[in-house]
Each structure stands twice: as structure tokens, then as C-alpha cells.
Design a protein around this ligand. Structure first.
Ligand code: NAG
Length: 324
């Protein structure tokens, strides 16, 4: 392991890119094989039926969500432990008003597994986006694209000729949708929160941003290393169940606090001039917004923020595949 020491966060010692192995099956291996063979056809049939045919039919949001729940249910993900900041567990749904994402809001989600997108789609039927570390613009992708994204190589820059937009534009174009952003840009094993893309900064000041943390037990369904499709499917289907722990934080707005003095905004505008409007430069106020969301995700996930970036992950993946 020590040859990978550069891929540990210097401060905390957290290694967010290592795959988390399953518990050794031991004498239960036959049970796991049985579960896998039993669930595979079911899972495969429903998933294929949906992504090849049904998703193109006008099923309505409810119909779509119902099928997505079946896709989640087939491998045994039907236990969800949901907690919302500021709402007591088991309290009336009325109390959730304004504390859960509604149309016209933004979700800033942790990103560890293909199940993230599947779950968010089954609940919110949102629009999924890809963020990149050096640009505020995002790329819209389908649910299937978002699922595959959790298993694909980390990329620092958008594809050449890729259609880019930003959150503000998306919200204006789709006022009845929720927009999902994965501000870490690439997947981790859930043990640390990576530095954020500035993409969230294109959220208008009045729009609610909901940090949402998704954690899995057992955590072997996280996919920090790209391309391990078979391992993922095996881990997902060979165990009796996986549970998702969902935490929704209090809303964050893309504004500096009202207590900010005028001095502050003068600083911001003059520093922006200095920065020459370069897309990747983020001023102090903007940094504060990003930090707030990052801190919320770290708190909800009971992990720390780390300094390792998408670039570090790309280097890790290279070293890791060489090491095998
Ligand atoms: C979001 O907030 C930051 C910091 O206050 C600001 O610089 C940026 O322009 C805001 N974005 C939008 C779309 O208003």
C-alpha cells in the first residue's frame, strides 16, 4: 500500500480513491453465488426494459419513479435511512416543507457509486449534470449517462465540442425540474470530500441548494476506481441487501451573508477585475459559498474534506492499474 502514499490526504491521512473490498464470503460463498444468480436475471431484465424501451415512453414522472424503485429493489436496496437537518426522525411530512428539494432547486450530492444517480432519480426525477474542476459550466447528461459516469475515468476538462451550459440557464429552461450537481466531479470511496468545482456558483442567489450525502452499507458498492463494472455488479447482487443512509442538509444559498459589509463587495469586484474574469478564479465570497456546501457534505457524511483533486485521482488510477 505504501507505494500509494501520495494518494493519501496529507492532513488527515484519508485515502479516498481506494476501492473498499467486501467482507470475505468464506463458507457463505455458495449463498452469494445463489443470490447473484437469482437476482441477476431480475435486475438485468428490469434495467434493460427501462433503459432500452420504457424510458422513451410517456410514463410520467410517477411511472418512471416506480420502475426505478424496482431497479433499486431487485438487488435488495429497499432500506433507506433518511434524515433531514432540522426535522425530527419520524415527524409528520408537513414539517418537511421547504427542507426537501422541490422543483426549481439544486441538489449538491456526494458522488461515490452508480446507485447515487439511480436513487436520486427514483426520488426526484431530476436533471443530471457533470461538473469539471476548472469551469463553472456544466454538461447535461441522462440518468444512464450519470450512472455510467460513476464508473468512468476522471476527466479534468469537458470533451471538445461538448455542449456546455450553466445551472442558471438550466433552471430557467426547466423551471419545474430539480438540477443535480456532483460538485466533486469524480467518485470517491466516500471516506473524504474532494475540493469542489465552481459550477455551483452559477446558481442564482434565491435558489435553494440542498447538500445531500448518500452512504452505503456495506460500502463495497462504491466505485472510486473506474471500469470495475463486474466487481460492482457482483458486490451489488451477491449480498442480501445494501442500505442507503441519506442525509439532507439545511439549504445553502449562493449569496454572501447579509452581514457582509460593502467593503467586502468592493473587494470582490476589484479582485474580480484583477482576476481578469478567468472562469476558474473564485473570489473570497464565492469561496465561502463553496466551503459551506463542502462542509455540509463532510458533516453529513461524517468524513473530512481532503485536498486531493481530480488530477490526483487520474494519477492514482494510472498507478493502480499498473500495480495490478
Ligand atoms: C453566486 O454567488 C457568488 C458569490 O456571492 C457570486 O459571485 C455569483 O455571481 C453568484 N452567482 C449568480 C448566478 O448570481
Amino acid at each position: 500500500m505504501e507505494k500509494y502514499s501520495q494518494f493519501r490526504d496529507r492532513g488527515s491521512g484519508i485515502a479516498p480513491f481506494f476501492p473498499i473490498p467486501s467482507q470475505p464470503a468464506g463458507i457463505y460463498l455458495p449463498v452469494h453465488v445463489f443470490l447473484f444468480l437469482f437476482k441477476l436475471p431480475l435486475f438485468f431484465t428490469i434495467a434493460t426494459a427501462y433503459f432500452v424501451f420504457l424510458q422513451w415512453f410517456p410514463l410520467g414522472s410517477l411511472g418512471k419513479k416506480a420502475i426505478l424503485w424496482m431497479i433499486l429493489g431487485a438487488p435488495g436496496i429497499w432500506w433507506i435511512d433518511l434524515q433531514i437537518d432540522g426535522v425530527k426522525k419520524g415527524s409528520l411530512a408537513k414539517k418537511h416543507d421547504g427542507r426537501v428539494p422541490e422543483p426549481g432547486s439544486v441538489i449538491a450530492s456526494s458522488f461515490t457509486s452508480p446507485i447515487d444517480s439511480l436513487y436520486l432519480a427514483a426520488i426526484f426525477d431530476p436533471i443530471f449534470t457533470v461538473s469539471y474542476p476548472h469551469t463553472r459550466q456544466v454538461q447535461v447528461i441522462s440518468l444512464f449517462g450519470a450512472i455510467l459516469r460513476a464508473l468512468s475515468k476522471p476527466t479534468e476538462y469537458p470533451p471538445k465540442g461538448g455542449k456546455m451550459t450553466d445551472i442558471k440557464t438550466l433552471l430557467a429552461e426547466h423551471p419545474t425540474s430539480i438540477i443535480v450537481v456532483f460538485p466533486e466531479c469524480t467518485t470517491t470511496n466516500g471516506r473524504g470530500i474532494l475540493p469542489f468545482s465552481p459550477s455551483l456558483l452559477t446558481t442564482p442567489p434565491g435558489t435553494k441548494i440542498f447538500p445531500i450525502s448518500l452512504r452505503y452499507t456495506p460500502p463495497d458498492v462504491t466505485t472510486p476506481v473506474p471500469g470495475r463494472y463486474l466487481t460492482f455488479i457482483w458486490n451489488l447482487l451477491s449480498q442480501s441487501t445494501h442500505t442507503i443512509r441519506v442525509r439532507i442538509a439545511e439549504v445553502v444559498y449562493n449569496t454572501s451573508k447579509p452581514s457582509d459589509s460593502n467593503e467586502d463587495s468592493t473587494w470582490a469586484s476589484s479582485s474580480r477585475d484583477l482576476m481578469n474574469g478567468d472562469d476558474q478564479d473564485v473570489n473570497e465570497q464565492e469561496q465561502r459559498v463553496i466551503e459551506k456546501v463542502g462542509e455540509a457534505l463532510a458533516r453529513l457524511g461524517r468524513v473530512k474534506r481532503v485536498g486531493l483533486t481530480v488530477k490526483d485521482k487520474a494519477a492514482f488510477v494510472k498507478a493502480w492499474s499498473k500495480g495490478r
